[in-house]
Design a protein around this ligand. Structure first.
Ligand SMILES: NC(=O)C1=CN([C@@H]2O[C@H](COP(=O)(O)OP(=O)(O)OC[C@H]3O[C@@H](n4cnc5c(N)ncnc54)[C@H](O)[C@@H]3O)[C@@H](O)[C@H]2O)C=CC1
Ligand SMILES: CC(=O)C(=O)O
Ligand SMILES: [Mg+2]
Length: 489
């Protein structure tokens, strides 16, 4: 997993999405273009697999931190679903990558004669919602239990608000990221010895991921720190491209930022990150800004001057967009930082020769378990309690050895075990919320349920030898691959 995830996922998947129309070899997923509106149910029938458990859908408008990549965004749907198979054992033929093609505002793509998508400017939110209404209904009509994961939409809040109580769906960037970062923060905050009420958090980036993460951490501070909503909210300072988000900044704030907008700035506006840091003196600094290198030496040194164990999470992807590297964070904090990044970084050799491993605060630690837990429980909805449980079970899944080594996330090579634990948490939350519908799991204790989950995981090393007799789906899949050149197998 340690070797393969950087290839099928961040950072290399980002490059694949950028070059998608040039490296295209086979569809690998479903392309739903605007011109098929009114006909999406028929188009979706073209997908050859009878059973689909889960799909990842993007509109390609904000792929990692790389911006609008049009239909090239399907690479991220494919990459995420490859991780569903690798991390949670969802059978590959039961996964469906989707890109909806509503145009692109990327001039490079519009002028590229090899671009595979529709050559038109991206349509607005109203058209998108109409298209999504039709797609959601068509997916559910064909596969009634399908789980729909929304991924890398530029503005994902309206679809989440509209569909979360209607369909079995979740938004990975708001909810999955919120959960995975919360898990890292739970473990990191323990290591600082500073109580939640005395933490101060600055977020560079107030988009879907930034606000999603801030909301989840706020929930934890309310629960664990016995804080009121207002007391917890006041610990958060969000910074976007215009500076600190305040009520009197003079621009119309997007709806999702309002919850964290400050009113205690006495008319003063803080434009740069440096100014915000001087004002807040935070103990925690999060990067979800897509601005590579934004946490430069001066910023990191300031963080080191405010607390003994500064928490610095440069979470933007891919590596080129990371707000700083692990090496920089270690060097400029005198090796005291508690660190996690969205994309992988190499280990760091400290002055005393000890090797330190960076944490990877990436939603890949939770979305496979959220999907698997939903499949196992046969839950009809994915609610906030299920998302929160994924964070709690991830946080508590570290082994003693990992804790002794100072890790805040489990080692990636254990991801299958970890995903089973996360799935367990999701199932338990579904049961608590009366959403679970699988009669087989009623009354199972935790150990039995974890074994049950693991038993349902597809194991690629156990492909049956007589595939044509035992599993026609697998046979079809294999033969379709055999039409490719040998080198691609
Ligand atoms: N580690 C993980 O698991 C995840 C990481 N991400 C990463 O987070 C980043 C942001 O994703 P979204 O929030 O969905 O994007 P978004 O486009 O919704 O938000 C980006 C935010 O950054 C702000 N920003 C842009 N330029 C800035 C500047 N110069 N200074 C300060 N703020 C600036 C924008 O105003 C906006 O608030 C991406 O790089 C993405 O790859 C997203 C989801 C999961
Ligand atoms: C990891 C992820 O979902 C993102 O960077 O958008
Ligand atoms: Mg994403």
């Amino acid at each position: 997993m340690k070797d393969i995830t950087p290839l099928v996922y961040t950072p290399v998947v980002g490059e694949a999405c950028e070059k998608w129309s040039h490296i295209f070899s086979e569809p690998e997923g479903l392309y739903l273009p605007w011109k098929e509106r009114g006909n999406l149910a028929e188009t979706i029938k073209n997908w050859p697999e009878k059973e689909v458990d889960i799909c990842v859908v993007t509109d390609g408008s904000r792929i990692l931190g790389l911006g609008d990549l049009g239909v090239g965004g399907i690479g991220i749907s494919i990459g995420k679903l490859a991780l569903y198979t690798a991390c949670a054992g969802i059978h590959p033929t039961k996964t469906l990558p989707i890109v909806i093609d509503l145009g692109t505002d990327n001039e490079r793509l519009l002028n590229d004669e090899l671009y595979l998508g529709t050559r038109m400017k991206r349509l607005g939110e109203k058209d998108m919602m109409k298209f999504l209404d039709e797609m959601m209904a068509a997916l559910k009509a064909r596969w009634p239990s399908i789980i729909i994961q929304f991924e890398d939409f530029k503005n994902p809040f309206p679809s989440l608000a509209k569909y979360q109580n209607m369909y079995t769906c979740f938004n990975d960037d708001i909810q999955g990221t919120g959960a995975v970062v919360l898990a890292g923060v739970i473990n990191a905050v323990r290591n600082t010895g500073i109580a939640p009420k005395d933490q101060r958090l600055v977020f560079l980036g107030a988009g879907s991921a930034g606000v999603g993460v801030a909301r989840q951490i706020m929930e934890m501070f309310k629960k664990e720190g016995n804080l009121s909503e207002d007391e917890a909210r006041k610990l958060f300072y969000l910074v976007d491209s215009k500076g600190l988000v305040t009520n009197d900044r003079g621009d119309k704030l997007q709806e999702h930022k309002l919850i964290f907008s400050r009113s205690d700035n006495n008319g003063q506006q803080y434009k740069s990150l440096e100014d915000v840091l001087d004002y807040v003196k935070p103990t925690i600094l999060m990067g979800l800004s897509t601005i590579g290198g934004a946490f430069h030496e001066g910023i990191i040194r300031k963080m080191a001057s405010y607390s003994e164990r500064p928490i610095i999470f440069p979470l933007s992807n891919p590596v080129s967009k990371s707000e700083c590297t692990f090496e920089e964070a270690m060097k400029f904090t005198d090796e005291k930082v508690l660190f996690a990044s969205g994309s992988p970084f190499p280990t760091y050799e400290a002055k005393d020769g000890k090797l330190h491993e960076p944490g990877q605060g990436n939603n890949m630690y939770v979305f496979p378990g959220i999907g698997m837990g939903t499949i196992i429980s046969q839950a009809s909805l994915i609610n906030q309690d299920m998302i929160y449980a994924s964070a709690e079970y991830l946080a508590s899944s570290l082994t003693q050895e990992e804790r002794d080594d100072g890790l805040i996330y489990p080692r990636i090579n254990r991801i299958r075990d970890v995903s089973a634990r996360v799935a367990l948490g999701v199932v338990r939350a579904a049961e608590r919320n009366h959403l679970a519908r699988n009669p087989e799991i009623v009354g199972m204790d935790d150990d039995t349920l974890v074994e049950y989950i693991k038993g349902k995981m597809y194991d690629p090393t156990a492909v049956p030898t007589e595939v044509e007799e035992t599993d026609p789906g697998m046979w079809n899949w294999l033969t379709s691959k055999l039409s490719l050149p040998w080198s691609k197998l």
